[in-house]
Design a protein around this ligand. Structure first.
Ligand code: FAD
Length: 308
């Protein structure tokens, strides 16, 4: 079944997001995570797209490998950053040639300074809806797009974001995935406003926080501050790794439970290329069958380094 079909089925569709690894050691860690996540048979997995040439090549390579050597359904992220339409066509062609037919169509952000203003490539595309149209015109792709429950930092208000999602749906987008959610109500509000206008499944992004400095930096880069209630739970534990991780897993589990109970079509886990915390959340949500849990535990024991 296609990703949109899975998102419309009765069972929640769980998916996982990775980023292209920087070096061989990071790539080995990523593959360990991919192999463990493969055991829980997710709806799909996705690989983010960086701003530079070499990281973009890695995204293409890793996504192709996932398609070729695993049983997973891969989705490639693609942005308009620094690319002409001809270059975008080339990347889309490479994905199609490798058997990758799911693409998350994004505008992307200007590289470097988080405050830099967006300027399209002179022969490129201005907005994600243009990329949705380009991808759809090049073959039978399943196209997803980004959504922002906390309102996109360049957007005047939620109403504008809803309008943008309507435009993306009309351009051919078949589902949306949100920026990581830390307040379930913001997700539900956006979901309901879009549902009143178009039939576009919106999957909430979820990240179990395991490192306070990292999430503080990420939320600054995303332009969306963490809710005060989440800061109040995590900040006092910032220097206690185990306690922070336990609280991060608890918060993600509570958010996931609430959004699924309110009818979210699935959850898209931002893994940071690790599997343990996300699989723990998934297990608590009842998303891992018992025989699978046994296999995952056995795999974890097997991959532990042998003491000298
Ligand atoms: P757009 O939809 O183009 O929106 C950008 C801004 O323009 C918004 O303020 C919107 O309101 C406005 N806008 C959109 N369309 C129009 C229009 N037609 N006319 C006027 N205004 C318009 N970034 C990466 O670099 N690589 C990734 O792999 C990546 N993956 C992501 C995955 C998810 C799930 C999400 C939520 C974000 C991801 N991002 C990624 C970040 C994303 O690229 C940025 O947040 C970017 O600023 C917005 O991208 P977009 O696709 O929503 O852009």
């Amino acid at each position: 079944p296609s990703i949109p079909d899975l998102l419309r089925s009765d069972r929640p569709a769980f998916s996982f997001e990775f980023f292209p690894p920087k070096d061989d050691a990071a790539e080995a860690t990523l593959w360990e995570a991919i192999r463990r996540i493969e055991q829980v048979d997710p709806a799909f997995v996705s690989v983010t797209y960086g701003a530079g040439g070499s990281t973009q090549d890695r995204t293409v390579r890793i996504t192709e490998q996932i398609a070729q050597v695993t049983t997973l359904e891969p989705m490639a992220h693609l942005t308009c950053v620094g690319a002409s339409v001809a270059q975008l066509r080339e990347v889309i062609g490479a994905y199609a040639a490798a058997g990758i037919h799911n693409v998350l169509a994004l505008r992307g952000d200007p590289p470097g300074d988080a405050r830099a203003t967006w300027a399209p490539h002179p022969q490129g595309l201005s907005h994600a809806d243009d990329l949705v149209r380009l991808i759809s015109s090049l073959g039978s792709f399943t196209v997803g797009v980004a959504a922002f429950p906390d309102v996109h930092p360049e957007s005047p208000d939620l109403g504008h974001d809803v309008e943008v999602l309507v435009r993306k749906a009309d351009a051919g987008a078949q589902f949306a995935v949100t920026q990581m959610v830390f307040d379930a109500d913001t997700y539900l509000r956006l979901r309901d406003e879009v549902a009143a206008r178009r039939e576009l499944p919106i999957v909430p992004g979820l990240m179990p926080v395991t490192n306070f400095a990292q999430i503080a930096r990420m939320s600054q880069l995303m332009g969306t501050p963490l809710p005060a209630a989440v800061i109040a739970r995590l900040q006092p534990l910032a220097d206690d790794r185990a306690a922070l991780r336990a609280e991060g897993v608890a918060i993600a589990t509570e958010l996931g439970e609430r959004m699924l109970a309110e009818g979210a079509p699935g959850l898209h886990f931002i893994t940071m290329n690790r599997s343990t915390a996300t699989l723990e959340v998934l297990g608590r949500l009842g998303g891992i069958p018992t025989d699978c849990q046994r296999r995952i535990r056995a795999g974890a024991r097997a991959s532990r380094p042998v003491a000298a």
